[in-house]
Design a protein around this ligand. Structure first.
Ligand SMILES: *Cc1c(COP(=O)(O)O)cnc(C)c1O
Length: 417
């Protein structure tokens, strides 16, 4: 039981949290945007800091009594700046989508053109989807991956940029397994006179640890989440050059929010400190080694991967010709205790609700301490479930048992109970 006080006050919520803890402990969490925050991070997030308003910024609050809050936010800002070697950091953002909203609000006028990665090639809805604010307030144009290599076609990005003349180029993705060449994006942006924003929501931990090229010196603005590979609390941040600092801060407050979530902000400070450790750098390297081991295992089992493999924390498995959709594969895997999400693959013949792919990732399994050997085994378990297409209950049961054995051998939060 996580919290005896909660159990006493509200057993319904307490029991649900308890069941969710058990689900996290007894399943393989392979959604690449998810992770296990540390107990220290969760302690800050569940603290008395939820109790107070702190509209504004350190030293410039609209409420009294913010002395401690000023110190906490300044600590988070300083740690973020140091971790990412950035001129300026805004750590108040609640979600990654909201971080992009604030960044666009600072860089663009209503109706300006943006150029970003197609959603069905791995982009994010906050990069111009027609029913997201980004597609309603701005004029989105898109680049995609090359049909043969399934990697970003930089020549095509340049060609589209020349034609469209965007005010802003957005780089960054939710489902792209390869290194992004931020230098090349900067050259393209310069050539057409556009600003460059890197949304590193997914790869932020790799960037912080030096395991992926760093966009911070190359971009006007960098946005990110804090809960994915960074392994912090659910939240986001913006990094920018000094010349954009005032504009970004004003776009966040009063632009798109009032009181910040100071308990989450404190948890971000804790996570930034954790990310500065040697262990964290090693953790990020192991995420990549694990992803490559899992990719290798899936290839050996006869699966095709988008772009043929991975350089980062995730991969896209193609299910065309396997007789099962991404949705059904993900649902069947979940019954066996393996939690992945369905995902479109480039030029997917099926709808986004159905899809022809799944998107497994290794950040959370790596937090559990699993390594290449376990990844090989998990690749084979995934193959067994998908090849059987959920037709035999005993196959699901056998895999479920192996999953439980793995979870037992690599426990999480076992001291909470
Ligand atoms: C996850 C993600 C975001 C932010 O998502 P939220 O759910 O709004 O926190 C933004 N951009 C990309 C590329 C992402 O993958």
């Amino acid at each position: 039981m996580m919290n005896a006080t909660l159990l006493q006050a509200d057993h319904e919520v307490a029991r649900l949290i308890d069941r969710e803890l058990e689900r996290q402990q007894t399943t393989l969490m392979m959604i690449p945007s998810e992770n296990y925050a540390s107990r220290a991070t969760m302690a800050a997030a569940g603290s008395v800091l939820t109790n107070k308003y702190a509209e504004g910024y350190p030293g410039k609050r609209y409420y009294n009594g913010c002395e401690i809050y000023d110190a906490i936010e300044q600590l988070a800002i300083d740690r973020a700046k140091e971790l990412f070697r950035a001129d300026h950091a805004n750590v108040q953002l609640v979600t990654g989508t909201q971080a992009n909203m604030a960044a666009y609000f600072a860089l663009l006028e209503k109706g300006d053109r943006i150029l970003s990665m197609r959603l069905d090639h791995g982009g994010h809805l906050s990069h111009g989807r027609s029913n997201n604010f980004s597609g309603v307030w701005y004029e989105p144009h898109f680049y995609g991956v090359d049909p043969d290599t399934e990697r970003i076609d930089y020549d095509n990005v340049l060609a589209v940029a020349r034609e469209v003349r965007p005010k802003l180029i957005v780089t960054g993705a939710s489902a792209y397994p390869r290194i992004i060449d931020f230098k090349r994006f900067r050259e393209i942006a310069d050539e057409v006179g556009a600003y460059l924003l890197a949304d590193i929501a997914h790869i932020v931990g790799l960037v912080a640890a030096g395991s992926h090229p760093d966009p911070v010196p190359l971009c006007e603005v960098v946005t990110s989440t804090t809960h994915k590979t960074l392994r912090g609390p659910r939240g986001a941040l913006i990094l920018c050059r000094q010349e954009w600092a005032a504009k970004i801060d004003e776009s966040v407050f009063p632009g798109i929010q009032a009181g910040p979530l100071m308990h989450i902000l404190a948890a971000k400070a804790v996570a930034f400190k954790e990310a500065q450790s040697f262990g964290f750098r090693e953790y990020q390297r192991q995420i990549i080694r694990n992803a490559q081991a899992l990719a290798q295992s899936l290839l050996e089992e006869g699966f095709e991967l988008v772009s043929g493999g991975t350089d980062n924390h995730l991969m896209l498995v193609k299910l065309i010709g396997k007789g099962i959709s991404g949705r059904d594969a993900a649902d069947t895997l979940e019954r066996a205790g393996i939690v992945v999400n369905k995902n479109t693959i480039p030029n997917d013949p099926l709808s986004p609700a159905e899809t022809s792919g799944i998107r497994p990732g290794t950040p959370a399994l790596t937090t559990r301490g699993m390594r290449e050997q376990e990844m090989h085994r998990i690749g084979k378990l995934i193959a067994r479930v998908i090849e059987d297409k959920g037709e035999h209950e005993e196959v699901i049961a056998e895999v479920r048992k192996e999953v439980l054995d793995l979870c037992d051998a690599f426990p999480i939060y076992h001291d909470i109970i």
